[in-house]
Design a protein around this ligand. Structure first.
Ligand SMILES: Cc1ncc(COP(=O)(O)O)c(C=O)c1O
Length: 376
C-alpha cells in the first residue's frame, strides 16, 4: 500500500533515466517526450544544464537571501533584457503568482483582482482563488476574497467586473490546463490599453507559456504588450524548482524590506540551472527556431489528423499545442505511451503537447507518426 497521499493519478511506470528528448523506464523501454514533464524540461535533459548543475553542486548549492547572490542578479538581468522590471525569485508557479497578487494589492492599495473563467494559476489559497475553475477549489472552504472571473476573450465582461477597488487583471495568454486556448490578439491589446487607461495593473501568468514555450521568451511578446507584472516557473530552471515574479520598476516600492520573502527562492542551484537555460535560449536564432518547429509540428499534425473524425481542432502557439478530440483522453495517452510517446491532456477533451524546444525535425515526425496511429 502506498504511503503517499493519492492526490495524483500515477501511471504504472517509473522513469529512471533521461537523455536529450528521451525518457527510459525501469524496464529499459525508451519514450520520446512530448510533455517536457508538464512544460518544465523545455530544453530536454540538456547537457549544458546538467554541466551547470554539476559545477554548482561542487561549489555551493544554497545560500539564503540574507546575502548577495550574483547569480540571481545575472539571471534577472537576462530575463528582463531591455525591459524595466525587477525580479523576485521563489520556488513554483503558485508561489510566483502569490507574489504577483501581493505586489499588485500593495502597490495599488486596492484589493480586487479580475481573472478569467477556466484559468489556472495554482493550488495555494491565493493562486487557487485566482483560478476560474470550481473543481480546483471544491472542498477547501472559503477562498481568498476579492477575486472575480471574467469571460476569456471578452473585454466587456472584464469592464462589467471593474470597481473602484480593482487592483489588477490577471491572465494566461494561452490557457494551458483548461485546453490550450490562445487569447485573441485584439482582446489582449484592448485589455492592455483599458488597464493602462484605468490604472489597473495587468498581470500575465507566464508559468506555462514562458521560457520559449510559445516561440518567444514570453508569450506576451507575441502581443506587443508590456505587463505590469508577469510570472515564470516551469521552464525557468529546466526542472530544478524555481519561480519568478517580475514587476515594473515603478511598482518596486511596494516590495520594500520585510514585505515578502522565500527561504529557498532563487538559490544557487536553481539559478545555475536558469543561467544555463538562458545561455541556450538566448543564443542567436534558438527561439525563432523553436517557433518554427512549433509551426512545423502543428502543420504536420493537421495533415496527419485531418481525416480523423474524432479530431475536432488542432490549435496552439509555438510548442504549446492542443488536439481537441472526442476520443477518451486516457486511452489516447496510454496508447501513445505504449507506442513510446509521452503526451499530456488538458481540460475535458484535449490532448496537450508541450515538447522540448530542442526536438529535431526527425523526432517531430516520429511523434506525429505515432499520434496518427493512435488516433486510428
Ligand atoms: C498557468 C499556470 N500558472 C500556475 C501554475 C502553477 O504552477 P506550480 O504547479 O509550479 O505551482 C501552473 C501549473 O500548471 C500553470 O500552468
Amino acid at each position: 500500500m502506498t504511503k503517499l497521499f493519492e492526490n495524483y493519478k500515477r501511471a504504472d511506470i517509473e522513469f529512471v533515466k533521461a537523455e536529450g528528448n528521451y525518457l527510459f523506464d525501469s524496464q529499459g523501454k525508451q519514450y520520446l517526450d512530448f510533455s517536457s514533464g508538464i512544460g518544465v524540461t523545455n530544453l530536454g535533459f540538456h547537457p549544458q544544464v546538467k554541466a551547470a548543475l554539476e559545477k554548482q553542486v561542487v561549489e555551493i548549492w544554497h545560500t539564503p537571501n540574507l546575502y548577495q547572490n550574483s547569480l540571481q542578479e545575472e539571471v534577472a538581468s537576462r530575463l528582463i533584457g531591455d525591459g524595466n522590471y525587477r525580479a523576485f525569485f521563489c520556488n513554483s508557479g503558485a508561489e510566483a503568482n502569490e507574489a504577483a497578487i501581493k505586489l499588485a494589492r500593495k502597490a495599488t492599495g486596492k484589493q480586487e483582482i479580475i481573472t478569467f473563467q477556466n484559468s489556472f494559476h495554482g493550488r495555494t489559497f491565493g493562486s487557487m482563488s485566482a483560478t476560474g475553475q470550481d473543481k480546483i477549489k471544491t472542498g477547501f472552504g472559503e477562498g481568498v476574497p476579492h477575486f472575480s472571473y471574467a469571460d476569456y476573450n471578452d473585454l466587456d465582461s472584464v469592464k462589467d467586473l471593474v470597481t473602484t477597488d480593482t487592483a489588477a487583471v490577471m491572465l494566461e495568454l494561452v490557457q494551458g490546463e483548461s485546453g490550450v486556448l490562445p487569447a485573441d490578439s485584439d482582446f489582449v491589446t484592448d485589455l492592455a490599453d483599458f488597464c493602462q487607461a484605468q490604472g489597473i495593473l495587468l498581470i500575465v501568468d507566464e508559468v506555462q507559456t514562458g521560457m520559449g514555450r510559445t516561440g518567444k521568451l514570453y508569450s506576451f511578446q507575441h502581443y506587443g504588450i508590456t505587463p505590469d507584472i508577469f510570472t515564470l516557473a516551469k521552464g525557468l530552471a529546466n526542472g530544478v524548482p524555481v519561480g519568478a515574479m517580475l514587476g515594473l520598476e515603478k511598482w518596486a516600492y511596494a516590495f520594500d524590506y520585510g514585505s515578502h520573502g522565500s527561504t529557498f527562492g532563487g538559490n544557487k542551484l536553481a539559478m545555475a540551472a536558469s543561467s544555463a537555460v538562458l545561455d541556450v535560449m538566448l543564443a542567436d536564432g534558438f527561439l525563432a527556431e523553436a517557433g518554427q518547429k512549433g509551426d512545423y509540428l502543428q502543420a504536420q499534425l493537421q495533415q496527419a489528423l485531418e481525416n480523423k473524425s474524432t479530431v475536432t481542432q488542432i490549435r496552439g502557439l509555438g510548442m504549446m499545442i492542443g488536439i481537441e478530440t472526442n476520443e477518451n483522453l486516457a486511452d489516447i495517452v496510454e496508447a501513445a505511451r505504449g507506442a513510446g510517446l509521452i503526451v499530456l491532456t488538458a481540460g475535458k477533451n484535449v490532448i496537450r503537447l508541450l515538447p522540448p524546444l530542442t526536438l529535431t525535425k526527425d523526432e517531430i515526425d516520429q511523434g506525429v507518426t505515432i499520434l496518427a496511429q493512435v488516433f486510428n
